[in-house]
Design a protein around this ligand. Structure first.
Ligand SMILES: [Zn+2]
Ligand SMILES: [Zn+2]
Length: 330
């Protein structure tokens, strides 16, 4: 793809072209905006080809079994992204064993959203620079489409910025999975084909993967645009009930930007957070432990307007119980 097309795809075009000259010449150059030596059509083509393959839904049978398979593969892989990639690898909001950690990485990897370390590193950059010009995917600084998927289609974010994830650098099995991040997804595709033939592959794997892409991506795009703000975070993150349902709890994005290391993003009982409930269920069996939650101080810090009603009652109840919680983040 020619340079003009790259510039069309990239809102960072001017700064990137200077970054391309020499990373050594620019000590402050951020690694996540480095380009790798492959043209943009190479980085974008798997994603585009998968979308084009959607036309196959008109050529295979639709049965309730494959529709259930589609829903099933959506839900557990969404949990792999939210409970694994996001809340564990990016934010370390709970603890687990090395074996279960790898299981979570595999689960997230089967969503074909690159490796757990690549994902976590870029996500940490998002939090570090939210809604500023160097946020990898701010809809305010770029465009809706760039924040939704343009930043992934570009070749600016292909490599894993290891500087952002020093805590994972010594885990060889995660580095290996990060390198061969497509393996879990391909295994799942083959399993779907063996289970229900072409219908299983198309509906159980392809359709659910595409839905999973855009469900996840709404958090980078829509949840910085639409919804309510409870906390005065420096960014424009929003709480959005519909996105929370779609993404198993990630839609409470303003809560999350306020208190990033929390295992629960729905802070109150009526803020549905399915991923957190799955994590809680895992904790009953000893698979995960030390789930971090905001204490009363964190819940009431930087409020845009005072809590009222059931939220206020819940904070008072938690304070009375002296819920265990870490020091709130600034
Ligand atoms: Zn965000
Ligand atoms: Zn986050």
């Amino acid at each position: 793809m020619n340079t003009n097309t790259q510039h069309y795809l990239s809102p960072h075009a001017s700064s990137v072209s200077s970054a391309e000259k020499s990373t050594e010449d620019a000590p402050n150059n951020k690694v996540w905006t480095q380009r790798v030596g492959v043209p943009v059509w190479v980085t974008a083509s798997p994603f585009i080809i998968l979308h084009l393959c959607l036309v196959s839904v008109f050529f295979v049978d639709v049965t309730w079994q494959v529709l259930l398979l589609c829903a099933f593969n959506y839900v557990w892989r969404m949990f792999g992204i939210t409970g694994g990639y996001h809340r564990y690898f990016a934010h370390r909001s709970y603890k687990t064993s090395r074996v279960f950690q790898f299981f979570l990485a595999w689960l997230g990897g089967s969503a074909l959203q690159k490796g757990p370390l690549w994902w976590a590193a870029h996500h940490r950059e998002h939090h570090r620079h939210s809604d500023t010009p160097i946020d990898p995917h701010s809809p305010h600084e770029t465009s809706f489409w760039w924040s939704h998927m343009g930043w992934i289609l570009s070749n600016e974010h292909t490599s894993t910025p290891w500087e952002s994830i020093p805590d994972w650098a010594d885990k060889w099995e995660l580095r290996l999975l990060d390198r061969f991040h497509w393996v879990p997804g391909v295994c799942l595709g083959v399993a779907c084909f063996l289970f229900a033939g072409w219908s299983g592959l198309v509906w159980g794997f392809l359709v659910s993967t595409i839905l999973l892409y855009h469900g996840t991506f709404t958090i980078n795009s829509l949840s910085h645009l639409f919804g309510s703000r409870r906390y005065a975070t420096p960014d424009d993150s929003r709480n959005n009930f519909f996105l929370a349902i779609l993404t198993l709890g990630e839609g409470w994005h303003n809560n999350h930007h306020h208190y990033q290391s929390s295992a629960n993003q729905g802070f109150f009982w009526y803020e549905i957070d399915i991923s957190y409930n799955i994590l809680r269920a895992f904790s009953w069996f000893g698979l995960v432990w030390e789930l971090r939650k905001p204490n009363e101080k964190a819940l009431t810090h930087r409020l845009i307007k005072p809590l009222e009603g059931k939220a206020l009652e819940e904070v008072a109840a938690r304070a009375a119980l002296a819920d265990v919680a870490p020091t709130p983040q600034a």
